[in-house]
Every structure is written in C-alpha cells, then in structure tokens.
Design a protein around this ligand. Structure first.
Ligand code: ZN
Length: 495
C-alpha cells in the first residue's frame, strides 16, 4: 500500500511503527454548524481509516475538539452566552452531522478544555529545554531554535516571514515565534498556570493530545491542506522538540480543499453550505459519493449538479445491490472487480477509481442478472466494498409500497424493508400509521390534512408518492422514532 506523504513530497510504501496504526486528525473549532468542507475532510479520513481496517490493520484514531478559541469567545459574546455553552451546542451539532454521514466515531475526542494539565506539562517541558519562553503572562515557541522548522511546508523561515507577514510584538523575541499559552484578557475564560491566568494556543493542543492518547510517535497525521502551515509545521516543532524523537508523525496526509466557484468555501465569503443544509436535500450516500468521486488531494468544486449526479449514482448502485437473484444458473464471479478495487485503494487511496470499479461491477451484475446468472455473491462483494470501505449505507431511498387496500401486502413490504435496511420495526410502524392516516384522509377527501402529512414526513426525509396501486414510500434518510412520535402527537394520531 502506497500513500503520499506531504513530508517527503512523494508516495511511500506504508509501514506503520507497530501493530496498531496510530492516527491523529485535527478536529473542529465548534463555533458554528459544520459545513461541506468539514464533511469532505472527515469523510476522507473516515474512508482511510476504514480501508486500513479492511486491510486488517488495527487502528487507533484520535480527533480533537478545539472548544476554546478566539472565534468561540467572539461568537459567544455576540450572543451573550458563556463560551462553554456555545462550544457544547456546536460540538453536539457536529457529532449529529458525523453520525448522519455514517462517519465512524473517533476512539477518543479529547477537548482542549479537558486537557489543560497535559498542555501545561508540555509547555513547561519546552521551556525547560530552552525551546520556549514566558513573556508578559504568555508563553512563546522559539522558532529559530528548531533547525527543522519548515520541513513540512518545504519553505525557509525567511520565505515564510515575508509570505505570511508574521506579526512582531514587544513580547516576542522574533516575529515568527508563536504562542503556546495566551494570557487571558479581562472577561475571557481562563485557567491557572505557572505563567498566570490564561488559555492554551491552538497548535499546542494537538501536540499535547496526540502525545497523551497516541504516544510520542504516531503513524498518520491528517488534516486539510490549509493546515500545513503554520498549524502542522508548529505541531512538528513542538512535539519533536519536547520528546527529542523524530519524526513525530511518519506520514502526513492532507486533503484538498472544497472550492465554491473560484473561491474557497468560507464563512467570511458567505458561501457556506452547512452539512445540515446538504442533508436536507441529498442522501448521506450521495454526499459521500460526491466527495469520494475525486482524488482526496485535489480540490473539490461544490456544485448542485455534482450532488444530483451522485444521487443518481447511488440509485444505480442500489438497483444492482437489491435486484432479485435469478439464481439457479452459473454464478457470476466478481473477484476481478474486488482485486481492482483494492489496487486502486492501495494507490494512495484512489477512491475515484475505486468508485468507478464499483459502478462497473453494478453494470456487470445487472447484465449477469439479465442473462440469468446467479448474482448474489457479486452483490455481496459490491455491498461489502461499498459499506465497509466507502462507508455507504445502501439504505437510503429504499422504497416501500403500500397497497391502497392497506391489508397484508403492507405488512409484507415493511418486513422486507426492516430486514434489509436500518429501518427499525418501530420506525416502520410509525411511518405505516401515518401513511394509513393519509390514505383515510384522501378517502374522506380531506386533501388539506393529507397534504400536511405528506409535507411533514418529507421534512423528516420520507417522501410519499401516489401510484396506481397505493403509495410508494421512499426513505431519503431514516427518521428517529422520537421525531415520528412527536409528529404523530402533533397530528393527534395514536399508534
Ligand atoms: Zn491540529
């Protein structure tokens, strides 16, 4: 397996330090809802982690939450709420989004505010070794003391200084020095430290947390390309100066950034699309396919057409996965597709090529099925590669047909739905009850209420379509039992 290492600037053979692959990926600063750019990064690292597990590596994955930061303090002040309350709200929102996108939770999600003792320990160690100095209640890292500084972004200090326009200050010995600990301003949250009341800088958090949860040397460090400098450069400087061990991370993996037209998607440009907004329009599988359909190191252009095409692609895969096996005949062998899929993923996680192979396999399954070959083994291959490695759910837009007569056939189709998808019996029973109620309304010509039920269900991701034989129900996403209960209550319907 080969992966591209930003540190060396080339593809390298993957050889982890030990039995367990240790991965650290920089997490969010929760001051607002996460956007599609975040989805891109975390879907990519989710797939990388899934693939390593698929290739039988044991993996430990740590991702931080920067729950104290200037942006959080500013936003909390605007809303007149405590920064901790704001951070909690958007951390919860972030976890909801990750869950909806089928991203496996990290093994540990350390929060900056929960790791202050470890952060202080690392800063003190850096001061003791002469790599850092306290000044005016803050502590700074002495960049010129580290001869390796710049090895990740491949730039010299003087280069960076002119490019970044480093800010000097009376406190700092050198304009390039960066803060490890920031003295608190009046009214800001603070923690006690040997240097006075203050809070940790952003860069030191990641060094302290990966040290604490993954040890002195890790295998893979990930993040967006916008984090290479200064964030990751600073993490290397801190971690390697503190432990004296190199490299801090063996492989540095960086994903390309999401573009909106010609611009980067960012809050300040006002072109943000949040994950929640995208999920209201597209299925989680479509969002994952949209992201994985280009190489992770390339920039990805946001486009509605791209998402719509991904949605169609999901349906193509679903049709192949769920069509009936004619059985009986000779079995269609999908092993060559599986091999090609692995080859693509082994080549620096080429998900676009791997996805292409799944689409070819889907077409081949359809052809084989039409020709009367047995396809269930090939379907299993397609399902397992899609689910296990690419994190697709294959459960969205699952159709359940309700007969107008509302008798046995309703039961039968819902049993099929629950056994093949993540739609629980509880959810199915509630949706079924709502569909029945709507059919009653239509019989009584109460169009307004019938329409209301359809609209409310659509808001929960369940669309109803009237067909000759009854109602087709499509799950774009699977609503929670609680949300359906409150809808039933709102409409005065008992289960
Ligand atoms: Zn970081």
């Amino acid at each position: 397996m080969k992966l591209y290492n930003t540190l060396s600037g080339k593809k390298e053979e993957f050889a982890p330090h030990g039995d367990e692959v240790k991965i650290y990926v920089c997490g969010v600063t929760p001051y607002d809802d996460a956007h599609i750019g975040h989805a891109m990064s975390y879907v990519i690292f989710d797939v990388i982690r899934r693939y390593l597990k698929f290739r039988d590596f044991k993996v430990k994955y740590v991702q931080n939450v920067t729950d104290i930061d200037d942006k959080i303090i500013d936003r909390a002040n605007q809303r007149d709420i405590p920064p901790a309350e704001l951070a909690k709200k958007y951390t919860d929102s972030y976890f909801e989004d990750m869950d909806a996108l089928n991203i496996e939770p990290a093994d540990v999600y350390p929060r900056a505010t929960g790791e202050i003792p470890k952060i202080i320990e690392v800063i003190q160690g850096l001061i003791d070794k002469g790599f850092a100095y306290p000044a005016g209640g803050s502590v700074y890292f002495r960049v010129r003391k580290d001869p390796d500084y710049g090895k990740l972004s491949h730039r010299s200090l003087d280069d960076m200084m002119s490019a970044e326009g480093a800010m000097g200050s009376e406190e700092k010995e050198d304009p390039m020095d960066f803060a490890l600990w920031k003295a608190s301003k009046p009214g800001e949250p603070f923690w006690e430290s040997p240097w006075g009341e203050g809070r940790p800088g952003w860069h030191i958090e990641c060094s302290a947390m990966s040290l604490k949860y993954l040890g002195e040397q890790i295998d893979i460090h990930g993040g967006g390309q916008d984090l290479i400098f200064p964030h990751h450069e600073n993490e290397i400087a801190q971690s390697e100066s503190f432990t004296g061990k190199k490299p801090f991370a063996k492989y540095w993996l960086h994903n390309g950034l999401l573009q909106f037209g010609e611009d980067k998607m960012s809050k300040s440009l006002g072109n943000l699309v949040t994950i929640k907004q995208a999920l209201a329009k597209y299925s989680p599988d479509a969002i994952r396919i949209f992201i994985l359909n280009s190489h992770y190191r390339s920039p990805l252009k946001y486009s509605e057409e791209g998402f719509e095409a991904a949605e169609k692609a999901v349906e193509r895969l679903l049709r192949a996965v769920s069509r009936d096996d004619p059985g009986g005949g000779e079995a269609f062998d999908a092993e060559s597709y599986r091999k090609q899929f692995i080859e693509a993923m082994d080549d620096d996680f080429n998900t676009a090529r791997a996805l292409g192979i799944l689409f070819e396999l889907a077409s081949a399954i359809n052809q084989a099925g039409d020709a009367g070959l047995s396809i269930s083994n090939a379907q299993r291959t397609l399902t397992s590669l899609g689910q296990e490695v690419l994190g697709l759910k294959f459960q969205t837009r699952f159709k359940v047909s309700y007969a107008t007569s509302r008798t046995v056939s309703t039961e039968a189709s819902h049993v099929a739905a629950t056994s093949r998808t993540a739609i629980t019996e509880e959810v199915a029973a509630r949706v079924k009850r709502l569909v029945e109620e709507r059919l009653n309304c239509r019989e009584e010509k109460n169009w307004q209420r019938a329409d209301e039920i359809r609209k409310k269900l659509a808001e929960l991701g369940v669309t109803l379509e009237d067909v000759k034989t009854g109602t087709d129900v499509t799950y774009k996403s699977v609503p929670s039992e609680e949300s359906l209960d409150s809808l039933l209550k709102e409409l005065g319907i008992t289960l």
